[in-house]
Every structure is written in structure tokens, then in C-alpha cells.
Design a protein around this ligand. Structure first.
Ligand code: NZQ
Ligand code: ZN
Length: 385
């Protein structure tokens, strides 16, 4: 096992009726900005619950944070937040609202010239306005990590940042808030969380049986609960299990002491930036090809994954790996998520654009062995056509 330091200060408040507890978590004299998206929280009762919990405080609202949150929009919130001397921000929504809020709180405290540098130049974040979250969409793990992915519309870039200052102070996870989710978003969430686990698990062995089995526990839970969620999206226990799985998939626990890949995410962000394809769907497009392309380097873990998650154990190693990849693809497709670029009407032009962008940005050394170069990215995407 590799050396590691584990740090995660997020207070997680899980279960039915827990939104009211934010009253105890936010200082009573705070000037609060509540951030949210396009209005789903006004239709499902979450907004009322939040506002009731905040009664008596100075509260300002910033709405219309888009899916794949836009830098341009978030900078308006930064402006308002500074002007209004906001000292606590509460994000209410999915990964986009929480990610967007992480950028807002970091940019509000940023002392450099241009907050875009936090993303484009990876300028270090040296402080942030404190914030909390009420999660309404189990998927990204943003509620219990310090990372965020932000899109700049003007240049069609989607870039990430992270900092010890951008962990939420607390996150409320009430599975009942997910009852209003469209099936498309439930499927997205399952595939996103599943891929988060695979990016931290399907690498090479470092004798880490505990991390492996924790990762496998999340994969098996998503495999079992995912189809149930699509059948019965208002079943409390099913949605609770999915919500907790998605959080555990990317809160840092399964990553400790093991190599991680993240090339699928890195490449997938370009497909969202250029074509607006939902984040999880970009992963379903890239992951199978990437695993096939790197199957020799990932052989031991692929065989273990196939055996323990999909019960694949007959045939040669190559046959087992192929059966494992097919099982993964079938799982994604059973959740109504297509896995080929052509299903999204994306062709070779886009692959050329991505290759050019990566060359210009000097992208190199992706993957757990830092051996995926731009030429490899091109071949992986060609395999996804
Ligand atoms: O905007 P509203 O009206 O709230 O509607 C949203 C949005 O249209 C809707 N929604 C959310 N909760 C709902 C609901 N609709 C009905 N009922 C509810 N309870 O769902 C739509 C999608 O929301 P969004 O927040 O965009 O989805 P998701 O949670 O999948 O977040 C995706 C973003 O997170 C980033 C992605 O790149 C993408 O930008 N990620 C963040 C990560 C992180 N911070 O660690 C890791 C991930 O790999 C990912 O990259
Ligand atoms: Zn993801």
C-alpha cells in the first residue's frame, strides 16, 4: 500500500427531515447567500424547508446556476456576495450548484487579479467564505469533497480545481429530496458514481485488500440498487443506499494508499465542454474504450473486477476481460445510457478538436501510470465512435 494522508472535515447529516438541522450549523448572525439552480427546489418543497430553517437570518438568494456551472454566472454571485458582505453560503442542489458554490466562495476570498486563474493556472486557493450544502442529486460526491468543475462558456473550457478550503462545513443528505429527480438524472448519478469507483480501483494492485473490498462494496450496491431506483424512484431505502454510495464513491476514503486513474473524467470533460453532453454520459462513452485500450496494464484489476462484480471466471484472460467490459457496457445501457460517440451524433471532427486542444494545452501523462499521451487519447476516442 502507498503512503497516504487522509483529511476530510465534512460533517455529514443524513436522513429524512434533516434539512431543519441546518439552523444549528449556520451561525445565527451570519449573512447567508443561498445558491441554487434552475428551480427544481421550488417544485419539490426543498426551498420551503431551507427557508424555514433559515428564518430570522439575513438571507439573500442567487439562483439559475446551470448544469455544468458557468464561470460567467458564478462571477455575478461573487460580485453580489462581496458587495453584500456575505459571510456564509448555502448551496442547495446537485453537483453543479455545489461545485459552482465552491468556486464562488474561493473567488470571493481570492486576492489575485483574475479568479479564472484558480482554474486555468491552478493558482492556489488561500482562503474561502465558509459554506454548507443541501444535496438533491446523488452523483458527484461534491457534497463531501473539495473539488469542483467549472465551465467557461466563452471559450468552451471545462476545468477543475480543489483546495482544503473548499470542503463544505456540512452537507445534508435527505433521500426524500431525490423523489422529484427525472429518471435521466438518476441514471446519470449511478453511472457517475460507478465510474468514480472504477477510476480509483481499476489500476494496478498495491496489496490494498481493504480499499479494494470497500470499492467493490460500492460497485455491488450500485449494481443492485440502480435498477431498483429506476423502477421505483420514490423508494426511500433504495434512494438512501444510492445517495450514500455516491458520497462514499468520491469522499476520499477508497482513494487512500492506491493509484488512481482519472483519464476518463479528464477526456470526458471535453465532450461536455464542446457538446454539452451530460457528465455521466461522457464517462460511459470514454470508459469502456479506455479500459479496453489499457487492458494489458490494468489486467490484474480488470480480472478481479470481472470476477467479484460480474461473476466472470470462464475462459482465457482475454475472454474474461472482454466479458467484463461487455457486462459494464450492458449495465450502463440497461440504465438507458448510450456508450458510443455516434449515439450522441459526435464524430471524428470532435476527436480532432480535442487532440488539438490537448496539444495546445500541453496535456500529457494521464492515467495511473502517467503513460496516456495525446495520441493515446485520440485512439481511445476513435474506439468510442
Ligand atoms: O438546476 P435545477 O433546477 O436544480 O435542476 C437540476 C439540473 O437540471 C436537476 N435536479 C437536481 N436535483 C433535482 C433536480 N431535478 C429534480 N429534482 C431534484 N431533486 O438535475 C439537473 C442536473 O443537475 P447537476 O447538478 O448538473 O447534476 P450533477 O449532480 O450530476 O452534477 C454534474 C456536475 O458536477 C461535476 C460535473 O462535471 C458536472 O459539472 N462533477 C463534480 C465532481 C466533484 N465536485 O467532485 C466530480 C464529478 O466527477 C463531476 O465532474
Ligand atoms: Zn464524475
Amino acid at each position: 500500500m502507498n503512503n497516504f494522508t487522509f483529511y476530510n472535515p465534512v460533517k455529514l447529516i443524513f436522513g429524512k427531515g434533516q434539512i431543519s438541522s441546518i439552523a444549528k450549523e449556520i451561525p445565527s448572525d451570519a449573512r447567508v447567500m443561498v445558491t441554487y439552480g434552475g428551480g427544481s427546489i421550488k417544485k419539490n418543497g426543498v426551498y420551503e424547508q431551507v427557508m424555514k430553517a433559515l428564518e430570522g437570518r439575513t438571507v439573500l438568494e442567487f439562483s439559475n446556476i446551470e448544469p455544468n456551472p458557468h464561470y460567467e454566472t458564478l462571477m455575478q454571485a461573487v460580485e453580489i456576495g462581496k458587495r453584500q458582505e456575505i459571510d456564509f453560503v448555502l448551496a442547495v442542489g446537485g453537483g453543479s450548484v455545489i461545485d459552482g458554490t465552491k468556486f464562488i466562495v474561493a473567488a470571493m476570498a481570492y486576492e489575485g487579479e483574475d479568479p479564472w486563474d484558480i482554474l486555468a493556472k491552478r493558482e492556489p486557493v488561500k482562503g474561502a467564505v465558509p459554506f454548507g450544502a443541501v444535496l438533491t442529486l446523488p452523483a458527484t460526491g461534491s457534497e463531501m469533497n473539495s473539488g469542483a468543475v467549472i465551465t467557461r462558456v466563452s471559450s468552451k473550457e471545462k476545468l477543475s480545481f480543489g483546495s482544503p478550503y473548499t470542503f463544505p462545513k456540512f452537507s445534508v443528505l435527505d433521500p426524500e429530496t431525490t423523489y422529484s429527480l427525472p429518471l435521466r438524472q438518476i441514471s446519470n448519478g449511478i453511472v457517475d458514481a460507478f465510474t468514480h469507483v472504477l477510476e480509483q480501483y481499476l489500476t494496478y494492485p498495491v496489496n490494498s485488500p481493504l480499499q479494494d473490498r470497500m470499492a467493490e462494496a460500492i460497485l455491488l450496491t450500485l449494481k443492485e440498487e440502480g435498477p431498483k431506483a429506476l423502477q421505483n424512484p420514490q423508494d426511500y431505502d433504495t434512494m438512501a443506499n444510492i445517495m450514500w454510495s455516491a458520497t462514499m464513491a468520491l469522499n476520499g476514503v477508497i482513494r487512500v494508499g492506491v493509484p488512481t486513474d482519472w483519464a476518463t473524467h479528464f477526456i470526458g470533460h471535453e465532450l461536455t465542454a464542446l457538446h454539452g453532453i451530460d457528465h455521466a454520459r461522457t464517462l460511459a462513452i470514454v470508459l469502456p474504450s479506455l479500459l479496453r485500450y489499457k487492458s494489458e496494464a490494468k489486467k490484474e484489476k480488470l480480472l478481479q473486477y470481472g470476477r467479484r462484480i460480474w461473476g466472470v471466471d470462464a475462459g482465457t484472460e482475454d475472454e474474461c476481460i472482454e466479458a467484463t467490459l461487455q457486462a459494464t457496457i450492458s449495465f450502463f445501457e440497461s440504465l438507458n445510457i448510450s456508450t458510443s460517440l455516434s449515439d450522441y451524433e459526435v464524430g471524428e471532427d470532435t476527436i480532432r478538436t480535442i487532440v488539438k486542444r490537448f496539444q495546445e494545452r500541453g496535456v500529457r501523462d494521464l492515467g495511473e501510470r502517467a503513460d496516456i499521451q495525446v495520441d493515446d487519447v485520440e485512439q481511445i476516442l476513435m474506439m468510442s465512435l
